[in-house]
Design a protein. Structure first.
Lengths: 335, 259
């Protein structure tokens, strides 16, 4: 039986997510009331309202839920596997790698933004990146080694993206890729949802199915193995899950940073720090965070809509700094 | 019950365990002693399936090669050195990790899990620590909690690698008395120890390993003689008797004697 505290937390986050999802259906150039939004969702009311809600705002809302959940789940899984609170996909360069895969696909004409080839290119490159990271740093890498390896890979894929932009055939293509890289859920359709959903579903299933093995791993590899856990299989499954999930998300929405780092951290103390119990509430909290960020970008008055990747980074960087300060304080106390 | 026949372990091209054969009966408490780097930990790791071993290993009557990971995990509980804990998980949850081989674990208790965790906490004098984060405990408290995790497995074989290394004298005696009781209840216990007197006091049998081989095996009174201590450990010890058990205090090294 799941812990009662976990059930309460999950239920609370679901309720918050529901409210944010309905708010997300309301927000846009055409203002809709709560009743019009909910009515539109169920096909009731003015046909124009129904069209706006179902065809424009619903896919965007679904993508926010799906991508937020997937990024947070990936962070929780990687942190559990690497036994390290800094092991989020973005710190490790996976989204950068996926973005490079997608950009390369678009620039070479092998994939367009509405084809299934795009997530495959993004997933393939994310897989290469995560495998390279594990190879470089090792599974039990200390924080410094991990960050250095992640920095090296992020820089490499950043440079490769710049190179691709540099060699882009036209200024229009350069601008298109640059805006796409900022991360956005604007103007997304059900086509985007259907491109990402199968990969995200498989990735989420893999990461959720293996989560209980991470608890034993928190006492070291010997305890995990002697508890009957196949660590090599766990590593492979986690890496594939993270690469598939993050790759699919980046393919449809660009690079949205820091969700995978921030959310598991916020959830961990609420579930007794057990790495297996972080996953489910982190998924829902990740969806909540991205829904909230996507509402914020539509509420802030500006000539052009802010990109959601910019907002999550603006939230995430101070959090990351706070994490560094906290760890420094802990180190000083220990000394 | 453990049966080893010609078990060897080679790590990075070096033979760390060399054709070791050993038979243990149900309910024995065996102390594994030997100098640093002799192969004691490797012996335990080979039995637990953590080191790649040649030869034949039988655990509770089954060939280890034919056991699934879960079956082996239910049969053998392993308490490693180091007492690693990466996250500030509560002590109760750490002990509940011992129930993972049975399909349980923190936050998903099955029938019998709560009782196994409670018994293990009580046996290791750790009930009052149950709600505290593992990372905030002293090294001695942490060692007892990790032993509780191994006991919660309720395996037929318990392998403990230096279980009293971080403990004060009272808790050293307490933990070894607990291992003695665990053995008396039918579990085969193999414990790597460095304290020769405590090994002699509590173990029913002592296995001495040197340079990857078993060089002596038997009751403490027979095994722990002056010649063996000189040959294997390079020490001369004060040899006393108390309550019919040998009391050994290493006093001089061979180098001291040569001076």
């Amino acid at each position: 039986m799941p812990d009662a505290r976990d059930i309460r937390l999950t239920a609370g986050l679901c309720a918050l997510g529901l409210a944010l999802a309905i708010l997300s259906l309301r927000l846009g150039p055409v203002g809709l009331s709560w009743g019009q939004s909910i009515g539109g969702l169920f096909g009731v009311g003015d046909p124009i309202d129904v069209l706006i809600v179902r065809e424009l705002r619903l896919p965007r809302t679904l993508l926010a839920i799906m991508i937020g959940a997937m990024l947070a789940l990936s962070g929780a899984a990687l942190q559990g596997l690497m036994r390290n609170p800094l092991a989020a996909p973005d710190i490790l360069g996976a989204p950068g790698a996926a973005a490079f895969g997608a950009v390369l696909g678009i620039a070479t004409g092998l994939a367009d933004a509405l084809s299934f080839t795009l997530p495959l290119a993004a997933i393939g490159m994310a897989l290469i990146s995560v495998a390279a990271l594990m190879g470089l740093a090792g599974r039990q890498a200390n924080i410094v080694t991990l960050l250095l390896a992640g920095l090296a890979l992020s820089s490499l894929f950043g440079a490769l993206i710049s190179l691709t932009l540099n060699l882009a055939p036209s200024l229009y293509a350069t601008l298109e890729i640059t805006f796409w890289l900022l991360g956005s859920l604007e103007d997304r359709s059900f086509r985007h949802v259907s491109i990402a959903a199968p990969f995200v579903a498989v990735a989420a299933w893999i990461l959720l199915a293996t989560r209980h093995q991470l608890t034993a791993l928190s006492l070291g590899e010997d305890v995990a193995t002697s508890s009957g856990i196949d660590l090599q299989r766990l590593s492979r499954m986690t890496l594939f899950g993270v690469a598939a999930g993050v790759g699919a998300c980046v393919a449809v929405a660009g690079a949205i940073g820091f969700v995978g780092l921030v959310v598991p951290h916020l959830i961990r103390p609420l579930v007794g720090h057990d790495p297996a119990r972080v996953h489910v509430p982190a998924m829902i909290a990740g969806a909540d965070l991205l829904l909230a960020a996507d509402c914020i970008v539509r509420l802030i008055p500006a000539n052009t809509e802010l990109h959601i990747g910019v907002v999550t980074s603006l939230i995430g960087v101070p959090f990351f700094i706070a994490l560094v300060v906290d760890r420094r304080r802990q180190a000083e106390v220990a000394a | 019950m453990i049966e080893l026949d010609d078990v060897s372990v080679r790590l990075a091209g070096r033979i760390v365990l060399d054709r070791v054969s050993l038979r243990s009966s149900k309910g024995e408490l065996i102390a594994v002693i030997g100098p640093n780097g002799a192969g004691k930990t490797t012996l335990l790791r080979a039995i637990a399936g953590l080191a790649p071993a040649d030869g034949r290993i039988q655990l509770a009557g089954q060939d280890a090669r034919e056991m699934s990971g879960t079956t082996r995990a239910r049969t053998v509980a392993y308490l490693p050195q180091g007492n690693i804990a990466d996250w500030p998980i509560s002590v109760r949850d750490v002990v509940a990790i011992g129930r993972i081989p049975h399909g349980g674990g923190p936050g998903r208790e099955r029938e019998g899990d709560a009782a196994a965790v409670a018994t293990a906490l009580a046996a290791t004098d750790a009930v009052h620590l149950a709600e505290r984060p593992i990372t905030e405990l002293s090294s001695g408290e942490r060692a007892r909690v990790m032993l509780a995790r191994a006991l919660a497995v309720q395996a037929t074989i318990l392998l403990a690698d230096e279980p009293i290394a971080a403990l004060d004298p009272a808790h050293q005696l307490g933990v070894l008395a607990l291992l003695e009781r665990t053995a008396a209840s039918g579990t085969t216990v193999l414990a790597v120890l460095h304290d020769l007197t405590l090994a002699a006091r509590f173990a029913s049998r002592i296995v001495v390993i040197d340079d990857g081989r078993i060089v002596a095996d038997g009751p403490p009174q027979k095994v722990l003689d002056e010649a063996l201590l000189g040959r294997v450990f390079g020490v001369r010890a004060l040899h006393l008797q108390h309550d019919g058990k040998p009391v050994l205090v290493p006093w001089l090294t061979q180098a001291d004697l040569r001076r």
